[in-house]
Structures are given as C-alpha cells and as structure tokens.
Design a protein around this ligand. Sequence first.
Ligand code: NCD
Length: 339
Amino acid sequence: MSGWVHRHVIDLSAFSTDDFATVLELAQRFRSLPVVGARRLPALQGRLMTTLFFEASTRTRSSFELAAKRLSADVQSFLPGSSSLAKGESLLDTARTYVAMGANVLVVRHSCAGVPQILAEHLDRGPERVSVLNAGDGLHSHPSQGLLDLFTLARHFQPDAPSPAALRGRRIVIVGDVLHSRVARSNLWALSACGAEVVLCGPPTLLPDCFADFLAAPPPGQVGDPVPDRIPVRLVRRLEEALPGADAVMTLRLQKERMHQHLLTSLESYHRSYGLSHERLALCGRPVPVLHPGPVNRGVELAGALLDDPERSLVEEQVRNGIPVRMALLYLLATESGV
Ligand code: NCD
C-alpha cells in the first residue's frame, strides 16, 4: 500500500483520489473478514488508541473502539465529565497526558472547529510520533463519516470492487441542514474527488448561497487541491427539482443543538418541504438508496417507513461499514505513517 502520506486525518480536502482508492480497497478487504467471533488481526498489536470525545457520540466512538480492537490495539477512552478538565487542566495538557501514557493514535471529537488540527500541530513539535484522527470538529469536518459514506455508496454501485470509479458521473443529492453539517462538508470533498456530481438542497437558512463555491478553493492553510478537476456543487432549493435523475439521496439531521436562532418555522413544515418519504423518493424516477449519518430525527428528515425499509435505506449499512473503514484508517496510520 504505497503513496500514503498522512500522519494525521483532519479533513478530506487533503485527500487525493488515490487516497480514497486506498481506503476503499483496504476497507473492502477488512469488510470481507468474518465479523462474529472474528479472530483479531495482529496489525496493531502493542499500539494504543485513545478516544478523546468532548462531544456526545453513539456510533463514531464505539465504531473506532471496535475497529481498533479488531486490529489488536489497546483502547483507552477519556470521559470529559469525570476528568481533570473540571479542575482546569487544558485540552493540550490532557492530550499530552495520554501521549505520556503511550497513546499512538488520538481520536478526537470537539464542538470547536480546529481542535484536532491544533492538537496535531502541537504534538508534531514533541518527540513522540502520534497520529490525530478527527472524529468531528464543530461544523468543520468528519472525515471517517465521509469515508464510510463513500464506501457505502461505492459498494452500492459496485459491490465487489468499491472504488472511486464507482462514483464517477453519479448524481448524489444531499438534503437538509448543510450549514451545521460537518458530514456534508466531508462528503463534498470525498464525492467530488471521485468524480460525482453533488447537488445540495435545503432552505436558504440551512443552505446559504455561498456553498456553491465550497469546492472552488482548498481551505485556508492547505497548499493546493490534490484533486484537479472537481465538478462544482449545484444548489437547488426545492426537493422536487433536486430529486429527478438522482442516483442516491443523503439526508442530514437538523442539528437543533447548534441552532441559536429561529432558522425554521416548524419541524412539520420542514418535513413537508424537505422530509424524505417513499412518495418523495419516487421523484428520482428509479429506485435509489437513501443514506443518513445518524442520529435520525425520525419523521422529520426521514419518514419512519423509509428509514425502516431495507430495500431503500442504507442507514444500518453505513453503521456496519464504519468499522472496516475505521480499521483501514487505523491500519494506514500505523503501518504507513509509522506511529
Ligand atoms: C454526525 C456528527 O456527529 O457529526 N453523526 C455521526 O457522527 N454519525 C451527524 C449528526 O450529529 O447529525
């Protein structure tokens, strides 16, 4: 597995199409291993992964922990409520404490954008080789979710050989609270790197016009875009206009905890305009899958019957795929970056 240059995984804007191909190929290999009662692979024996989650999580933390255990790593979890943060210890000192205990990989989630990047820069100045894996920072980025969504879509289109080519020319519609979604931002970098056409759909309060320029330049601080020819994002306000011709539809949670103004008239009116149901999905003109990163506000972004329909909903498949994708990331950090 050559060509992997990332010591840290902070934002998918830094990934080339080859990087995505590497993760998908490796995830597919890990996905095909027996799961129940699986023998552990020895790849990360003697390595320690520490999860530092300063924000709530159901799927991401458990999935990272399982992934690390399946590769024989030791796993340690920091719980902010019962830690010395309450005594005034800084976040950097907290991270250094875990590095002093031998952590090789820090998986970090924080409500402030930029925290994993700052930690990575700080740790790079120290003597130890440590990787920082961003598990979601504010509205900025959620790379492992973007990768597992990409893997799920690539497997849907090409079950035996999921690769970036499986996405080329596909139209993927992302609907809902794009403004507050780090998942949507990561998906934009991932899907566009694979040649997909992304259509964003939502009301102006949750999808400001400036998202049309999202892929026009790499984020501040990043030198150059590793992907030369991204298809620009298209914004469509009405779901009825966005859905015809779609190959897959991804819905996003309304992130009420991050909404500090009244951005919606009511949940009912949101569901009427942007909620997905079987009837709405039929507007695509062919049977297409629905994705959602979870947690779902049942009956708001997605009708319960659609969420529960195994013929259409890939939501549980996304959860399943999170484990091999995170195994692939941990494996690459440990074996290719030498942490
Ligand atoms: C997402 C997150 O935390 O950003 N969830 C997840 O990781 N599966 C999306 C969300 O919270 O809506």
